[in-house]
Design a protein around this ligand. Structure first.
Ligand code: AP5
Length: 222
């Protein structure tokens, strides 16, 4: 039976748990995870001109200009793997102009997931976050500590994960989120982002299962 790939967007404030949920979603649904922030950090690590420019904005918690971000995301969405397996777009769009650009390129999501987490929790999540540079896995010193001593000794912290910088990132988020929500109103599912990561995932899993069933039904009737 023909399978229609899923096209999902996930959004939410800094440290609301997007990356963590994306790990769980891709494990179960096999979608291609495309994270705007990860693509930008890869450019920085590669020392490219785009990376150098992007870092200046990221340091201030501001949106990196569309000239850099839009093409980068579009290329990944156009990749053969994304077309075949479906995609999970994380941290894009962050403004209505980014959403419009995507629409113009013909990319239409099936579902827009918004993770809702109160601000006081976000700051604690940010300062405790650690990343494994080898596996890319996301940890938290208190909520999701590294499994072994070896991993614990090699985890790193992101350059924008300070209390001061997360406040700037939050400001940028608040300035833009309403306009984006308006554009995706019909396909938005709001998820309570408090609770364990499994509890949060259970809500997303429910929405995705339902969506898959709807898609299959539609295919069956054509
Ligand atoms: P980006 O990398 O996307 O950062 P962000 O949006 O601030 O989100 P984070 O990655 O910080 O958090 P997350 O929601 O993935 O949370 P996580 O799962 O890690 O963007 C960085 C910068 O790049 C931006 O500021 C901007 O400058 C630029 N940029 C990116 N996209 C752009 C775009 N489209 N246009 C222009 N510029 C762009 O979780 C956080 C912590 O909490 C972890 O430690 C985790 O273990 C823990 N945690 C997660 N879930 C739970 C839970 N349920 N309970 C307890 N702890 C939890």
């Amino acid at each position: 039976r023909k399978k229609e790939p899923l096209r999902i967007m996930i959004s939410g404030a800094p440290a609301s748990g997007k990356g963590t949920q994306c790990e769980l979603i891709t494990q179960k649904y096999g979608l291609v995870h495309i994270a705007a922030g990860d693509l930008l950090r890869a450019e920085i690590a590669a020392g490219s001109e785009n990376g150098k420019q992007a870092k200046e904005y990221m340091d201030k918690g501001k949106l990196v200009p569309n000239e850099i971000v839009v093409t980068m995301v579009k290329e990944r969405l156009n990749g053969p793997d994304s077309r075949e397996k479906g995609w999970l777009l994380d941290g894009y769009p962050r403004s209505s102009s980014q959403a419009i650009a995507l629409e113009e390129f013909g990319f239409q999501p099936d579902l827009f997931i918004l993770l809702e987490v109160p601000e006081e929790i976000l700051v604690e999540r940010v300062v405790g976050r650690r990343l494994d540079p080898i596996t890319g896995k996301i940890y938290h010193l208190k909520y999701s500590p590294p499994e072994t001593e070896e991993i614990a000794s090699r985890v790193t912290q992101r350059f924008d994960d300070t209390e001061e910088k997360v406040k700037l990132r939050l400001q940028t988020h608040h300035q833009n989120v309403e306009a984006i929500l308006l554009m995706y109103e019909d396909i938005t599912v709001k998820v309570n982002g408090i609770g364990s990561k499994q509890e949060v995932f259970a809500q997303i899993d429910g929405a995705l299962t339902q969506l898959l069933e709807q898609k299959q039904e539609k295919l069956g009737t054509v």
